[in-house]
Every structure is written in structure tokens, then in C-alpha cells.
Design a protein around this ligand. Structure first.
Ligand code: PEP
Ligand code: MN
Length: 262
């Protein structure tokens, strides 16, 4: 169902006045984790000022260590909803439990399925049973074929509103957190009709190369880029090393826009 052979026209995801997949690339930004109302509010104000319409923020955090911050859970979704309505933004947040999918639809505009859950088939099925758009991340070591099949799980249940996001894959290379597979972008665009985005934060894990990687993603045909922004990254409860602060985010955006690709 997700194959270009089955359907030639691009799938469009409409979030308010923003259309993803229609030829105008979108920048999605926000904190790694929702930590407090005030923290999300500061980011939302900066996004609004920059003309960004879609904000991300994790409420359920799939952390490598059980001792690390696990997220605010439903409380985090409530904060996102409150701040989003105040600033007129659309929201994306990761859901990790199939039992939370329906509840999530009441609070957020896009359900993110994280890299670690790309092949959590019960979660994919639950996301396929609602009509809320889904942002599906590529698995840590998933082939493009496995990624496409994961999307097929969602669409085959009836939810056609699926976006794919390349977030880097595990390789032997240590210079970046993961290896950004730019070639996945044109391949996924050719082989599927779904919007394709690139998460520059989790793929690189380093702030100094976010702008060139975002430009590369857009040059390769990506429908959007996702980046993490935090008012005070040094104190962030997750991904402290790689989130942009607000002035850095404005510089990043200006740099990407200078390319004429965004
Ligand atoms: C995230 O985007 O918050 C996240 C945890 O990313 P990933 O699933 O790609 O590791
Ligand atoms: Mn993160």
C-alpha cells in the first residue's frame, strides 16, 4: 500500500495550515523531552517567532538506561497541548505503549513511533487503528525494506497518514552518534508515496554539523527536517550534549534558509 507502484500521487499530511509532502519542506523543532510547562513555553515562543508551526517534545522517553529520566508521561502530553494551543502550534510526541495510542490522540497532532519501536508490531497496529498522523522513525539497524514494511503495518490497518523519518543507523563509524543515511531519502521518495523527513539531531549527535546535514537532506529531496531545541541544553534531562539553545536554533535556521532549500 505504501509503494509508489500502487499509488503515484504523494501522500500529504495536513497539520493546520502546514502541508507536509506537498513540495514545501517543513522544519520541525522542539525539546528532546518535555520537562516543564515553562521549558516548553520558552521553546514554543522561539518557534513561533521563527515561523515554525510544528513542535516536537518527548513525554514517554525510551532511554537506554532505566536510571535515566523516563519522561513526564501523560503530564507531558498535557503540557504540550496547553502550550500548543497558546501559541497555535501542532505537536509531535512519541508513544511507546499500544494502550496509550487512543489517549494520545486527545493531546497531540502526530504520534511518533521511535527508532527502538520501529518493529514493535503491536504498537504499529494500534497506530494503524486511529486516524492521527504517525511519524515513523527508522530503526537503529533497520534496512530500508524493513522500514517500509513497518510503515505498511500502519497503513494496512487503515491509517494512511504516515511520514517516514531517517534518523541515522548504527555503523562502525564513531565520529557521529549514528550514520545519517542520506541515500535513504531519494530511495524512500522513489519507492513510496509517503513524506520523508530527516532527524539531524539523533542521526549526527553533534551540533556543529546540523546545518550542512539539514541542507544535504533537503537537497536530497526530504520533505522536512527535525531538530532538537532546548532553552538551556546544559541542564536538559536528556540529550544535553546535542540540543541547540534558542540563539543557536535561530542561527541554524538562517543557515539552512540561506541555501534556498527551505
Ligand atoms: C526522539 O526523537 O525523541 C528519539 C528518542 O529519537 P529516536 O527514536 O530516533 O532515537
Ligand atoms: Mn533526543
Amino acid at each position: 500500500l505504501v509503494s509508489r507502484k500502487k499509488k503515484q500521487e504523494d501522500t500529504l499530511i495536513q497539520l493546520g495550515n502546514t502541508i507536509i509532502g506537498g513540495g514545501t519542506p517543513v522544519m520541525i523543532a522542539g525539546p528532546c523531552s518535555v520537562e516543564s510547562y515553562e521549558q516548553v513555553r520558552q521553546v514554543a515562543a522561539a518557534l513561533k517567532e521563527a515561523g515554525i508551526t510544528v513542535m516536537r517534545g518527548g513525554a514517554f522517553k525510551p532511554r537506554t538506561s532505566p536510571y535515566d529520566f523516563q519522561g513526564l508521561g501523560v503530564e507531558g502530553l498535557k503540557i504540550l497541548k496547553e502550550v500548543a494551543s497558546e501559541f497555535g502550534l501542532k505537536t509531535i510526541s512519541e508513544i511507546v505503549d499500544p494502550a496509550h495510542i487512543e489517549l494520545a490522540c486527545e493531546y497531540i497532532d502526530v504520534i511518533q513511533i521511535g527508532a527502538r519501536n520501529m518493529q514493535n508490531f503491536e504498537l504499529l497496529k494500534a497506530a494503524g487503528d486511529v486516524q492521527t498522523p504517525v511519524l515513523l522513525k527508522r530503526g537503529l539497524a533497520a534496512t530500508i525494506d524493513e522500514f517500509v514494511h513497518a510503515a505498511e503495518y500502519i497503513v494496512s490497518r487503515g491509517n494512511t497518514q504516515v511520514m517516514l523519518i531517517e534518523r541515522g543507523i548504527r555503523t562502525y563509524e564513531k565520529a557521529t552518534r549514528n550514520t545519517l543515511d542520506i541515500s535513504a531519502v531519494p530511495i524512500l521518495k522513489q519507492e513510496t508515496h509517503l513524506p520523508v523527513l530527516v532527524d539531524v539531531t539523533h542521526s549526527t549527535g553533534r551540533k556543529d554539523i546540523l546545518a550542512p546535514c539539514a541542507r544535504a537532506a533537503l537537497a536530497a529531496g526530504a520533505d522536512g527536517v527535525m531538530v532538537e531545541v532546548h532553552p538551556d541544553p546544559a541542564t536538559a534531562l536528556s540529550d544535553a550534549a546535542q540540543q541547540l539553545n534558542i540563539p543557536e536554533f535561530h542561527d541554524f535556521l538562517a543557515n539552512v534558509k540561506k541555501s534556498g532549500l527551505l
